[in-house]
Design a protein around this ligand. Structure first.
Ligand SMILES: O[C@H]1[C@H](O)[C@@H](O)[C@H](O)[C@@H](O)[C@H]1O
Length: 639
């Protein structure tokens, strides 16, 4: 049955070939098919038209079945081994917060050192993602993934054996170098090896693995938090396992056929294509990649470094703006502050036990994972554009809800009723309610509580060694004291916590299926081959840069604008992101990577205007080696 379907393709092809060198392709519900010529053509073409139209639906069904039947398991193996890179991304960025709780005690880390250890990896990733573009072009995707998994393994070993904070810093930098290279290479490799109809799903699986990494990290953090001595060594060192697995796997996995063709290694490319397409005919795909590379060589803006050629060649420049813009708005929507802040949000809801809060962070990470899974399911059904648009609107609205929750909590902040005198930190004792006390990083709120109200409350300076107790007085022992006395650092007791909690859950449900994975997925698809490594390097660099910018500024922002101000700001930035995406992001679903460039031939922000045309058929006519596309009613003959 599959053979038949393939024969059918070739019958259509030969019929259209009879009409001269002209052939057309129709983008049809995610599939491409060779079709009949325009009705103004000769009788041969009308026969072809009749044959084609009468059998087109059965051919489509047959081809769909054919594609499903023969997608070889090898493609899934490739995607899974590559996505281990995503897992390491999530694990290494997620695990550090739990490790830091133990490390800061054991190694007596100052706030500056804690900050350094957390941010150094992200900063190194921002830089190495750029270098990754160059390395990808030169050595290929496979070597870059091998390099990234080697760096992850080496970094993990250094971290788990580190005798002092300086070695820890080296380990984090090495892991960061792996993060940058891995994060930009893996989506490209998956996109280049996947069949068109599965590409969106398989690249999105990489982001699913990121969230799985974050989930596993939070569970490991929870489990090893009981091991006060050396628990952090296990937390940081366990990443070596998936890293080594990926390294070993990639010793045997092939290079991307697109990169091989670009480098002129055509025999090898054909071998890899046959390997990853099973018994499907690879000629059309091979020809299409080869032709587009030849055309790109003519078109792509002449000499000079790739980034310069991208900036001076309008379609590549537009793709770059869209790709970097998506990554920027992903981070400006505040995902990492929401994830980071979820422990505090949960504490606001009355869960004061630190250990329990750590476990509930795992619940947050699980929610993020679960809804990313929904994204994997949706991406090929609703398409990238609609998924991203729906997601960012929901993200913005739930950020608003979070902000409203914080606003109500601030407006009903419990007053300070006790003002102990004769203390070293005078500032803390001057605050009149919990809100300003909480926003001052040097102070915490000590209070008693019965079933209806907060009473006997005071604002006290934090202990120099740890923020989980006061420097002196009733709250200087542990977080939860006798006689219902509590210590709140970074939060205030409030009865509006449920709004914040609801906002948090809605936020993850909206962000995770679209804004989480789509920036990575879309970036892996929108650049022409000659610009793909550099484009992904730049956009991944933008992602990491804004990641660090947003996380580093969050606490200051909260101090100046208060929490609700900060979340209202993120909500407005997400709205801005919506306008950008609405205007500029075209739909790439169902298109071959070689076709996507044509989507950026028009003005940058004209996508919104063509929304109503999404279902319209676009015809591609190949004329003497060049690609043109005509509108439906443009029946002109081009020879
Ligand atoms: O796409 C991912 C994902 O959404 C993660 O949860 C987030 O931590 C990353 O920063 C982001 O790039």
């Amino acid at each position: 049955m599959s053979r038949k379907a393939s024969d059918h393709d070739y019958n259509l092809r030969s019929m259209t070939n009879l009409m001269g060198d002209r052939w057309k392709k129709v983008s049809d519900d995610g599939e491409r098919s060779l079709i009949k010529a325009a009705s103004s053509s000769s009788s041969i073409s009308s026969q072809a038209a009749a044959a084609s139209s009468s059998s087109s639906s059965s051919a489509r069904a047959a081809r769909k079945q054919f594609q499903q039947d023969v997608t070889p398991a090898f493609v899934y193996v490739l995607a899974a081994f590559s996505a281990l890179g995503g897992f390491l991304f999530g694990y290494d960025t997620g695990v550090v917060s739990g490790a830091m709780l133990l490390l800061k005690r054991e190694m007596r880390l100052s706030a500056l050192w804690q900050e350094l250890l957390v941010s150094s990896a992200v900063a190194a990733a921002a830089l190495s993602a750029q270098a990754g573009g160059f390395l990808n072009g030169l050595f290929g995707r496979r070597v870059c993934i091998l390099l990234a998994s080697f760096l992850f393994s080496a970094g993990g070993v250094v971290l788990s054996a580190a005798p002092n904070r300086e070695t820890l810093l080296v380990g984090r930098l090495v892991v960061g170098l792996g993060l940058g290279i891995g994060s930009m290479t893996v989506p490209v490799y998956i996109a280049e090896t996947s069949p068109t109809q599965l590409r969106g799903q398989l690249v999105t699986v990489n982001t699913l693995f990121i969230t799985a990494g974050q989930l596993v990290a939070s569970i490991i953090d929870g489990a090893f938090s009981y091991l006060q001595h050396n628990g952090w060594r296990y937390m940081l060192g366990l990443s070596v396992v998936p890293a080594v697995l990926q390294f070993l796997g990639f010793l045997f996995l092939p290079e991307s056929p697109r990169w091989l063709i670009q480098k002129g290694l055509t025999q090898k490319a054909r071998r890899v294509l046959s390997q990853i397409r099973g018994n499907q005919n690879i000629d059309e795909e091979y020809d299409s990649i080869k032709n587009s590379i030849e055309e790109e060589e003519k078109d792509c803006g002449g000499e000079g470094p790739v980034i310069w050629r991208m900036l001076t060649y309008p379609p590549a420049r537009r793709a770059l703006i869209v790709g970097c813009g998506l990554q920027m708005f992903q981070q400006l929507s505040g995902i990492n502050t929401v994830m980071y802040y979820s422990a505090t949000i949960l504490q606001m809801s009355g869960i004061r036990d630190d250990k329990l809060a750590i476990w509930l962070v795992a619940v947050t990470a699980f929610t993020n994972f679960l809804f990313t899974l929904l994204g994997v399911w949706l991406v090929e059904r609703v398409g990238r554009r609609r998924l991203t648009l729906g997601s960012i609107v929901g993200t913005s609205l739930s950020l608003c809800l979070l902000a409203v929750g914080f606003l109500l909590s601030a407006q009903h902040s419990p007053p300070v009723t006790l003002h102990p005198s004769g203390t070293s930190n005078a500032t803390c004792t001057t605050y009149l309610s919990c809100e300003p006390c909480m926003l001052d990083p040097g102070c915490g709120f000590c209070y008693r509580e019965n079933s209806t109200a907060v009473f006997a409350s005071s604002c006290e300076p934090i202990n120099g060694a740890s923020t989980d107790r006061a420097a002196w007085g009733r709250c200087s022992n542990t977080t939860v004291m006798r006689d219902h006395t509590y210590w709140a650092y970074n939060f205030c007791p409030t009865s509006y916590y449920w709004i914040v909690l609801l906002g948090l859950v809605l936020y993850l449900a909206c962000f995770a299926p679209g804004m989480g994975p789509m920036p990575w997925t879309v970036n892996s698809e929108i650049y022409p081959l000659w610009a793909r490594s550099t484009g992904n390097a730049c956009s991944a660099g933008v992602n990491w840069t804004f990641n660090i910018l947003v996380s580093l500024t969050f606490l200051h922002l909260a101090q100046y604008l208060t929490y609700y101000g900060a979340f209202f700001l993120y909500s407005s930035l997400a709205m801005l992101g919506f306008i950008f995406i609405y205007g500029c992001l075209p739909e790439t679903k169902g298109r071959r990577l070689e076709e996507v460039e044509s989507l950026f031939e028009g003005n940058l922000c004209s996508c919104g205007a063509s929304d109503s045309d999404e279902g319209r058929q676009v015809e591609y006519i190949r004329v003497k080696g060049s690609n043109y596309h005509l509108s439906d009613n443009d029946g002109s003959d081009v020879e």
